[in-house]
Design a protein. Structure first.
Length: 236
């Protein structure tokens, strides 16, 4: 699935990300994310609404992939980049698929990207490795009580944005009910590629749940999903 994932822990990698974030506007999308993320701007860009086709019963290869579903790597996943990975799908159509790996924290501190917001950030936060594609780009997933301009709803009360002003506003607001995580890059598939991987059993497909995005330690997400949503159903 595309190219190997670069490390985010080197100073060169951090400089590249910081340089990218300081340049407004930047383009997050290269075809795969054109209808999912937004360009950085001072205004409130309009976004297309996704169609959600999520089953609340089926789990596995017969669950239909769509925006707002999880891909959970099978225990037999051979690709080391996606071993025990959990991916939130943000796009799936005839042009291809895109998602964000949600359980790969890096060693890059978010305060390094927003040094003037360090006090507002409270406890130390880290940037997550969202996938092997375009890791110089930042994507933010948010759980919000109310929708905001510049962010698009993925499912439930979970939204996505690539707008630096939106993220800065969220940091400054410091609302205990609003949660967010920042990711570098995304995972991408060409037309038909993901469907073939699901058919081979490499991924389990299930409806996404915000608690796995924001409430659990990253190291527990894959194991908890496998226990509660995959193997738990098989044993019934």
């Amino acid at each position: 699935m595309l190219r190997a994932m670069p490390k985010m822990t080197t100073s060169a990698g951090r400089s590249k990300i910081i340089s990218c974030l300081s340049c407004i506007p930047f383009l997050l999308v290269i075809l795969l994310l054109t209808s999912v993320v937004v360009q950085i701007s001072s205004g409130g860009p309009s976004l297309k609404q996704h169609q959600h086709r999520i089953s609340l019963v089926r789990t596995g290869s017969d669950q239909q992939v769509s925006s707002g579903t999880f891909l959970v790597a099978d225990r037999m996943m051979t690709d080391p980049r996606f071993r025990q990975a959990v991916i939130l799908m943000i796009r799936h159509d005839a042009r291809g698929s895109a998602g964000i790996v949600i359980n790969r924290p890096s060693e890059l501190k978010l305060s390094h990207l927003f040094p003037d917001k360090e006090e507002n950030l409270g406890k130390e936060r880290f940037v997550y490795q969202g996938g092997p594609v375009a890791m110089q780009e930042m994507i933010c997933l948010m759980r919000l009580r109310n929708s905001i301009a510049g962010a698009e709803r993925i499912f439930g009360n979970v939204y996505i944005t690539a707008s630096r002003p939106v993220l800065e506003g969220l940091i400054e607001k410091h609302d205990a009910d609003d949660r967010f995580r920042v990711y570098a890059g995304y995972a991408g598939w060409g037309p038909g590629q993901l469907a073939a991987e699901v058919a081979r059993g490499q991924w389990k497909v299930m409806p996404a749940d915000a608690k796995y995005l924001f409430d659990l330690p990253a190291e527990n997400i894959w194991s908890d999903l496998m226990r509660d949503r995959v193997e738990g159903l098989i044993s019934i």
